[in-house]
Design a protein around this ligand. Structure first.
Ligand code: HEM
Length: 153
């Protein structure tokens, strides 16, 4: 049983929960022009921490599993197989970009002293990151690459 894969599977729900929560906060913040509160900050922080742990687990799965061996054996072969290409290239790369956007977003929010600007920055950076994450999760309905909603024991 691969415990890292089990945790990576479950933690995606935490990433999505905090991501959607942070996005709703940003949207209500922009449209109702309300103050940027400690709760807005905490939700963004939890979104970032869940992405950090997911990145760490992803890297362990990547370098400890068969994926890195496949890349070492030849990138040409990996790119020709849609399943291998998804996990070894597309999923890993796009999730790292999403992780970067969450980090850049957090520091851009911190740098601003204007509440509406903080909400706008959260909306843009967290919004794009969340779209990338949603697009790159191997949902069960995705043909060829689909995985389970929850881990199978
Ligand atoms: C927010 C970020 C991420 C989310 C939500 C996410 C989500 C997922 C999900 C749901 C799976 C399927 C789990 C299963 O089959 O039970 C998966 C598999 C995988 N992920 Fe991620 N992931 C993220 C980031 C990353 C990153 C950054 C990497 C690598 C650098 C990575 C590497 C992998 C690999 C290699 C697999 C396949 C593992 C295997 O089949 O052995 N993930 N990911």
């Amino acid at each position: 049983m691969n415990y890292f894969l089990i945790i990576h599977n479950i933690l995606r729900w935490a990433v999505l929960l905090f991501g959607v929560w942070a996005l709703i906060n940003a949207l209500t913040g922009v449209f109702s022009k309300r103050n940027y509160t400690g709760s807005d900050n905490k939700t963004g922080l939890f979104f970032m921490i869940s992405c950090d742990i997911q990145l760490l687990l992803g890297l362990i799965l990547y370098f400890n599993g068969a994926w890195f061996d496949k890349i070492k054996a030849g990138m040409g072969v990996v790119m020709k197989n849609p399943y291998d290409r998804f996990f070894a290239v597309e999923h890993a790369l796009m999730m790292i970009i999403a992780w970067l956007l969450v980090h850049i977003g957090r520091s851009m929010v911190k740098r601003s002293d204007i509440d509406t600007q903080k909400h706008k920055r959260s909306l843009i950076y967290f919004g794009i990151a969340l779209v990338l994450i949603l697009a790159m999760i191997p949902w069960p309905f995705r043909a060829g690459i689909g995985r389970q909603w929850f881990p199978q024991f």
